[in-house]
Design a protein around this ligand. Structure first.
Ligand code: FES
Length: 192
């Protein structure tokens, strides 16, 4: 009797196993791939670009910001960047550039510096070893201090990203991106 029951149980279990093995069940269906749709939307929103170099962080921020703006506002922003780069003092020809008297206090010399020339470049032309690193307004290595007053009254910073308004008001400048708009007295190698 026990042997018969064992055989019956064995047959039942075998049949159940075979049934489960060959049953198909319901295949799992993934939900819509949200990541792919986001990537597709981003691809439509802004065109291919290379990742901005460190010196182009401002432009990079605009491109990233553009992913959540409309196409027309992106065009306006890009055009504003183009305008500002066209108005850079670097684009003024030497013949058209005004010249300002800059007193380099520590060096004990006054130079005639063109408005399309940075305070750093003018010093380097004299062979002075003025410190610098990035030459893009993104560190403090080339820092100097204008002793006449707020920096914005005496230089145009073409892209400085390091000095606060208080520091600028105190006369601090980044000489690698500082173009004179007036005569001034400069102490090189000074940082806030
Ligand atoms: S060298 Fe870096 S800000 Fe001028």
């Amino acid at each position: 009797m026990v042997g018969l029951m064992g055989v019956a149980i064995g047959v039942f279990l075998t049949a159940a196993f075979v049934g489960l093995h060959f049953s198909r069940g319901q295949k799992w269906q993934p939900k819509e791939d949200i990541v792919q749709s986001i990537l597709a939307q981003r691809a439509l929103t802004f065109s291919e670009t290379t990742f901005p170099e460190p010196m182009s962080r401002a432009a990079g921020a605009v491109v990233v910001g553009a992913s959540i703006t409309t196409d027309s506002s992106l065009e306006e922003t890009v055009s504003a960047i183009d305008d500002s780069s066209q108005h850079s003092p670097q684009n003024i020809s030497d013949s058209d550039a005004k010249v300002f008297k800059i007193e380099y206090v520590k060096e004990g010399i006054s130079l005639e510096v063109r408005e399309n020339q940075t305070l750093l470049e003018a010093g380097e032309e004299q062979g002075w070893d003025i410190p610098y690193a990035c030459r893009e307004g993104q560190c403090l290595s080339c820092g100097g201090k204008i002793t006449n007053g707020p920096a914005s009254d005496f230089v145009f910073h073409d892209g400085q990203e390091m000095l606060s308004s208080d520091e600028l008001d105190s006369g601090y400048t980044l000489t690698c991106v500082a173009y004179p708009i007036s005569g001034l007295r400069l102490e090189t190698s000074e940082s806030p």
